[in-house]
Write a protein that binds this ligand. Structure first.
Ligand code: PMP
Ligand code: GLN
Length: 403
């Protein structure tokens, strides 16, 4: 009850969520005139020819009225061709591909379709914030399995990553577990799950007969020796895995909100049952443009990755110089840092003060944790920004923190 004795407006399932951290931090960046390294969106648009493809679709009247529920055939065919070309995974564009309003809707629809109230859903913690809200809307119980910071020195070089403890994952599975919600490359830690880790996840899913939803929106953003391996390509996984992709990250058009699901006909039909009552359809003309984007030559993807890698290195060097402990990401467009070397331990307080202290906005990783204390000292910076912006941000951070 509220103080006036009436029921709270927001229902119990959503009460804990408040405003998403991304909206809060982007507003803070605007109101303080800070450099926004919080919310992950590029500050330049994707390829001109793809933007033109959207304009052409609009002008030609393609997609200006409701597109078909599963998505326009051109895009479904392009998604299937992409999965085949990249990973050797064959999907039937008519029965095994579904276009959604971004990955966000794909996540929500998958969970709403596959989870019964009371089912347990295991998610890797820190988790992308919409997972928790979507599990709650589906009436499920989230069971976080924490990725732990890990450091090792090889050939005199220190490597840091957040690592999945496979025993912890195994122990988290109960008779009530319905599905595993996996994300690789992983937001916010930048971890890319290895072949071995994915193999163990697959074995566990098969052994315990679990469904898997795998969020692979950063599939094209992997660096150094890291390799993106789709979970659906592991033995026994194709028939139990809903794979989620998105055009937003890969083509730098996050506002277009074109995402997709691939899976068996049964899984895709189930997800579509929920999806049709969320948005029904979305992004008509953009679907045609994304179909063209997915067919870009491999050189586009290689150049995009090289560009992001260079940006990562600029920001990572700046953060290191400013005194942060940097977890060099193997994927995504985020760097997670540990602020304890700066004499700080509360990421929330740190991020709230950061605009004032340095004119930069970042995200406290604790918002992505149920075990808030495990995430307290970690702060995430996005590097999907123009190089001069990253250089400026690095300089501001160095001035504020390096002694
Ligand atoms: N999953 C992850 C891991 C993300 O970081 C994001 C944010 N881009 C999404 C899903 C949502 O993607 P979209 O913008 O396509 O809805
Ligand atoms: N995925 C983006 C991030 O992690 C944010 C998307 C959003 O604002 N919902 O920063």
């Amino acid at each position: 009850m509220t103080s006036n004795g009436r029921r709270p407006l927001l229902n119990r399932r959503l009460a804990e969520f408040g405003t998403t951290i991304f909206a809060e931090m982007s507003a803070l960046a605007l109101s303080t005139g800070s450099i926004n390294l919080g919310q992950g969106f590029p500050d330049t648009d994707g390829p001109e020819e793809i933007r033109e493809a959207a304009v052409r679709a609009l002008r030609d009247g393609r997609g200006n009225q409701y597109p078909p529920g599963p998505g326009v055939p051109e895009l479904r065919t392009a998604i299937a061709a992409h999965q085949k070309h990249r990973y050797g995974l064959a999907y039937d564009p008519d029965r095994e591909v579904l276009v959604t309003a971004g990955a966000t809707e794909a996540i929500a629809a998958s969970l709403l379709a596959l989870v019964e109230p009371g089912d347990e859903v295991i998610a890797l913690e820190p988790y992308y914030d919409s997972y928790a809200a979507s599990i709650a809307m589906a009436g499920g119980t989230r069971i976080p399995v924490t990725l732990r910071p890990h450091e090792e020195t090889r050939d005199g070089v220190t490597h840091r990553r957040f690592r999945l403890d496979l025993d912890e994952l195994r122990d988290a599975v109960t008779d009530n577990t319905r599905l595993l919600l996996v994300n690789t490359p992983h937001n916010p830690t930048g971890t890319v799950l290895t072949r071995e880790e994915l193999g163990e996840i697959a074995k566990l899913a098969v052994e315990r007969d679990l469904l898997v939803i795998t969020d692979e929106v950063y599939e094209h953003l992997v660096f150094d020796e890291a390799e993106h391996l789709p979970l659906a390509s592991f033995p026994g996984m194709r028939e139990r895995t809903v794979t989620i992709g998105s055009a937003g990250k890969t083509f730098s058009f996050t506002g277009w909100k074109v995402g997709w699901v691939t899976g068996t006909p049964d899984l895709v039909t189930a997800v579509r049952s929920a999806k049709q009552f969320l948005t029904y359809v979305a992004s008509g003309p953009f679907q045609y443009a994304v179909a063209e984007a997915l067919a870009l030559p491999d050189t586009y993807f290689a150049a995009f990755r090289a560009d992001m890698l260079a940006k990562r290195d600029v920001l990572a060097a700046g953060l290191t110089e400013a005194g942060f402990k940097v977890f060099q990401p193997a994927g995504t467009y985020f760097i997670t840092t540990d602020i304890r070397p700066l004499g700080e331990s509360d990421g929330f307080a740190f991020c709230r003060a950061l605009p004032e202290r340095a004119g930069v906005v970042a995200i406290p990783n604790a918002v992505f944790y149920d075990h808030r204390e495990a995430g307290a000292p970690f702060v995430r910076f996005a590097f999907c920004k123009r190089t001069e912006v990253l250089v400026d941000a690095a300089e501001r951070l160095r001035k504020a923190f390096a002694h």
